[in-house]
Design a binder for this molecule. Structure first.
Ligand SMILES: C=C(O[C@@H]1C=C(C(=O)O)C=C[C@H]1O)C(=O)O
Length: 362
């Protein structure tokens, strides 16, 4: 067989496989529609999107993968397949902290895939509001960064919001310096979100010591501003903002930490079931007595439950009153978690479970 015949032969096999894949994808979508029919029959508030089930599917896909495709690649493809199947059940509306091109948009896409309708919001409070008023089924907001710590707006909003945490997304963040200028020497002003400025502080000090640093609401807004100005300004933003706003890349990966990761939360109204590898977020206030926090946390240690994070924020009810945001491993349906939390509740003056949700898979 010559080369031409060999290629034609393999391409015929690929065509045959594609035909089977396409048939199977449509069989899968038909099954998802069948699931939707059962969900609709079951009651008024049907949860079409099931983050715990999706997490289980993705983990199984990665565990059984034999290659030659990399596990992360196969998982990404299944992420999209589930997104399309879910859209065949019911198209989802998801609000995120915009504008278009923001890292939160990338996080929303990573979590929900390409077949949902994404709606950019101006502020974190607007994302909460869109979900609270049912204009969106879910929202995506940033909550913490590995270099800069928590995003206080998001935590504070939970104090007054009835919304729950339905999922988490982690995203490796790379920052780029975007401009109309071609040389660093011509930059006298840098626009960016305060977190981005903080994440690139060292680099800015070394490379642009003279530049004025101007904080704005978002990095996309910074890129937009630079596009509108005649000269001498630059923005810290994601590389895709260069295409969106027609800017060129002056410097890449300017973040100080190599492992710069941002964690985002999916907010919604759902009670998410266990996926097998879950986290639970709590909002608690201690009774006002010595050693209260220690007593509060003891049941966690006694039940071997690991606490992955604790943050305190002013409660806004009294000057010296604080609330604690506590993240633990496990799901409220696990007996050890349930019993630890009931002891913890007895020791607290305020106690709310913000949600149990699957640990990020991708
Ligand atoms: C099909 C279902 O609905 C949705 C679609 C899923 C899928 O395509 O596998 C998984 C979970 C849900 O988000 C289901 O609940 O099983």
């Amino acid at each position: 067989m010559n080369e031409k015949e060999a290629l034609a032969n393999i391409r015929q096999k690929i065509d045959d496989i594609d035909l089977k894949i396409q048939q199977l994808l449509n069989d899968r979508a038909a099954m998802a529609q069948e699931v939707a029919r059962i969900k609709m029959d079951s009651g008024e508030q049907a949860d079409f999107y099931r983050p715990e089930r999706e997490a289980m599917v993705l983990r199984t896909v990665m565990e059984r993968n034999q290659g030659p495709l990399a596990s992360a690649e196969v998982a990404r493809l299944f992420r999209e397949i589930m997104s399309a199947c879910l859209a065949a059940e019911k198209p989802l509306q998801v609000a995120y902290l915009g504008p278009e091109g923001s890292f939160t948009q990338a996080a929303a896409q990573k979590q929900f895939g390409g077949s949902v309708e994404l709606h950019p919001m101006t502020t974190i409070a607007d994302v909460f509001h869109a979900v609270e008023t049912s204009h969106a089924c879910y929202g995506v907001v940033p909550v913490e960064n590995s270099t800069e710590g928590m995003v206080s707006h998001t935590l504070d909003r939970f104090i007054s919001s009835p919304l729950k945490i339905n999922g988490e997304v982690t995203l490796r963040i790379h920052h780029y310096l975007l401009s109309k200028e071609k040389n660093l020497e011509d930059i006298s002003k840098v626009y960016a979100h305060p977190q981005a400025i903080a994440q690139c502080r060292q680099w800015l000090m070394e490379q642009l010591p003279q530049a004025e640093l101007v904080p704005l609401n978002s990095n996309s807004e910074a890129a937009k501003r630079v596009a509108a100005e005649p000269q001498n300004s630059a923005a810290i933003a994601a590389n895709r903002a260069a295409d969106i706003y027609g800017l060129s890349i002056l410097a890449r990966n300017i973040e100080d930490e190599v492992d710069n990761t941002t964690r985002f939360l999916v907010i919604g109204t759902q009670n998410v079931g266990p996926s097998g590898v879950d986290k639970t977020a709590l909002l608690v206030a201690t009774k006002n007595k010595p050693g209260a926090l220690q007593t509060l946390l003891k049941p966690l240690a006694d039940n071997s439950i690991s606490m992955t994070r604790i943050e305190s924020r002013p409660s806004r009810k009294g000057i010296w009153e604080y609330v604690f945001f506590i993240d633990i491993e496990g799901h409220i349906h696990e007996p050890a978690v349930a019993s630890a939390l009931s002891l913890l509740e007895n020791e607290s003056s305020m106690f709310r479970i913000l949600g149990s949700y699957p640990k990020a898979v991708l």
